[in-house]
Design a protein around this ligand. Structure first.
Ligand code: NDP
Length: 246
C-alpha cells in the first residue's frame, strides 16, 4: 500500500525552494514544484531530485495565474494523490526608494507574493479540509516583521503573509490543519545576487552568527514545521536569521 506523502512547493527551481524540494524528497516525499521561467534551473533541480526518487513533477506555472495554478494542482494530485504539505515559497523582491516605486512594480510584487499565496492555498485547502489533515508553510522574511528601508513594497507583502498565516491557522486548526511561517534573514541565493561585496560584508557583520544563511538551513526549518515533531505548533512565525532580529 502506497503511503508516501505528497509535498507541493512553489518557487522550487532554485534557492530556498530547490533546497526544500530536495529535503522533502530525501525524506521520501513525492514532490511537485512550480517555477515561473527558469527552465534550466528547474531541469537541474528535477534531475538532482531524480537521483533520489522518480516521484518528482515540475510545472512552469506563474503563481499569479489562478487558472494555471488550479490545472497544475489537479494534474499533480491526479498523479501523486492529495497534497499533504503545501509550501508557498515563490517570491520576488525589489530594492528601491518608495517614491521611485511605480504602481506596476507595486502590483507585480503584491500579486506574486500575496496573490500567489491566495491562489495556491485557495486551490489546495478544500481538499485538506475534507480530509481533515494538512500542513501549510508560508515563506515571509524578517523584513515582514521589522520593515526594511528601500523595500517598502516587499516588506508590506511579507507582513501580509504573516497576517495570512496567523488568521488561517486559527480558521483551519479545528480541521486538523497546521499553518506556520518561516521568516528568513539574509540567505545566500540569487535573490541577493544584486548585493555588492560591501553590502554583503555589512550584512554579515550585522548578523550575530557573522554570516549569511544557507538555503538548506531554511529548508530544514520548513521540514521541521511540516513534520510530526512540531505537532503542537501552528500560527507561528519562525525566524531563520542568525540572530539578526530577535
Ligand atoms: P530566488 O530568487 O532564488 O528564487 C525564487 C523562486 O521563486 C524561483 O524558483 C522563481 O522561479 C520563483 N518565482 C518567482 N516568481 C514566481 C511566479 N510569479 N510564479 C512562480 N514562481 C515564481 O529566491 P529565494 O530562494 O532567495 O527566495 C525564496 C523565498 O524566500 C521568497 O519568497 C523570498 O521572498 C523569501 N526570502 C528570501 C530571503 C533571501 O535572503 N534569499 C530572505 C527572506 C525571505 P524562476 O526560477 O522560474 O524565476
Amino acid at each position: 500500500m502506497e503511503n508516501r506523502k505528497h509535498c507541493l512547493i512553489t518557487g522550487g527551481s532554485r534557492g530556498i525552494g530547490a533546497s526544500t524540494a530536495y529535503r522533502f524528497a530525501q525524506a521520501g516525499y513525492k514532490v511537485t514544484f512550480f517555477y515561473r521561467s527558469d527552465d534550466e534551473s528547474a531541469q537541474y533541480t528535477r534531475q538532482k531530485i531524480q537521483e533520489l526518487t522518480y516521484d518528482v513533477l515540475a510545472y512552469k506555472v506563474d503563481v499569479r495565474d489562478l487558472d494555471a495554478v488550479s490545472s497544475a494542482v489537479k494534474e499533480a494530485v491526479d498523479t501523486f494523490g492529495p497534497v499533504d504539505v503545501l509550501i508557498s515559497n515563490a517570491g520576488i523582491s525589489k530594492i528601491e526608494l518608495f517614491t521611485k516605486t511605480s504602481p506596476e512594480e507595486w502590483n507585480r510584487i503584491m500579486d506574486t507574493n500575496v496573490g500567489g499565496l491566495f491562489n495556491l492555498v485557495h486551490t489546495v485547502l478544500p481538499s485538506m479540509i475534507s480530509r481533515h489533515s494538512g500542513n501549510i508553510i508560508t515563506v515571509s522574511s524578517m523584513w515582514g516583521v521589522t520593515g526594511a528601508s528601500c523595500e517598502v513594497c516587499y516588506s508590506t507583502s511579507k507582513a501580509a503573509i504573516i497576517g495570512f498565516t496567523k488568521a488561517l491557522a486559527q480558521e483551519v486548526g479545528p480541521s486538523n490543519i497546521r499553518v506556520n511561517c518561516v521568516a528568513p534573514g539574509v540567505i545566500d541565493t540569487e535573490m541577493n545576487a544584486v548585493l555588492d561585496d560591501e553590502t554583503r560584508n555589512a550584512l554579515c557583520e550585522e548578523t550575530p552568527l557573522c554570516r549569511l544563511g544557507t538555503p538548506e538551513e531554511v529548508a530544514d526549518t520548513i521540514f521541521y514545521l511540516a513534520s510530526d515533531t512540531s505537532s503542537f505548533i501552528t500560527g507561528q512565525v519562525i525566524g531563520v536569521n542568525g540572530g539578526y532580529i530577535t
